[in-house]
Design a protein around this ligand. Structure first.
Ligand code: GAR
Length: 207
């Protein structure tokens, strides 16, 4: 599900998980990512949140559309609407989000600006399981990038985005291959994650 540019969606489409994508849903008709889906021959659907008076009704419409297409794993790729308990309960432990910070640091918006203001030397991105708590669900994988002297919000965002495009397809693949283990409500482990990149922080292997 997307709301805008769709670069993470493009990364998913360019990866080996592409054949598993059943539908791309946007809450905004002008989302550029819809074109990427269309070009790839993937069904697109616009469900504008403004058409619904209450969040609950909107969440219900999303769930109906996803269920009608047999969707088992929901991937938020720049979907900028909060999802309520109704939605989360409909896909337990099966909603993923990509967030542009090393959670739990910098949940919410303007993560790159806030990272620069805080003077952190490491920044990055996180794929996590979605729960009703904003940017608060179990972490699946993170990638760290350095904050360099002279970085601007734009230069830091670009460095993080490149890392997002690497880890999101990877995380989705782990779910599709059924390699994800919930060691507790908060901790995700991945069987045979085999991550070798020096800037990627992989989840531990289960015992
Ligand atoms: C990405 O940087 C993603 O991490 C962020 O929005 C951007 C969407 O870009 N998501 C969030 O901030 C969610 N809280 P994209 O449309 O090009 O994939």
């Amino acid at each position: 599900m997307i709301s805008g540019r769709g670069s993470n969606l493009r990364a998913l489409i360019a990866s080996e998980v592409r054949s598993a994508i059943r539908v791309v849903i946007s809450n905004r008709v002008e989302a550029a990512g819809l074109e990427a889906a269309h070009d790839a021959g993937i069904e697109t659907l616009v469900i504008p949140h403004g058409d619904f008076a209450r969040r609950e009704a909107y969440d219900h419409a999303l769930v109906e559309a996803l269920r009608a297409r047999g969707v088992a794993l929901v991937c938020l790729a720049g979907f900028m609407r909060l999802l309520g308990p109704t939605f989360c309960a409909a896909f337990p432990s099966a909603i993923l989000n990509i967030h542009p910070s090393l959670l739990p640091a910098f949940a919410g918006l303007h993560t790159h600006r806030r990272a620069l203001e805080a003077g952190v030397k490491l920044h990055g991105c996180t794929v996590h399981v979605v729960t009703p708590e904003l940017d608060g669900g179990p972490i699946v994988v993170q990638a760290a990038v350095p904050v360099l002297a002279g970085d601007t919000e734009a230069s830091l965002a670009a460095r993080v985005l490149a890392a997002e495009h690497r880890i999101y397809p990877q995380a989705v693949r782990w779910f599709l291959e059924d390699r994800v283990v919930f060691a507790s409500d908060a901790v995700v482990q991945v069987r045979g994650s085999g991550v070798s990149s020096d800037s990627m922080i992989a989840p531990r292997e289960p015992n």
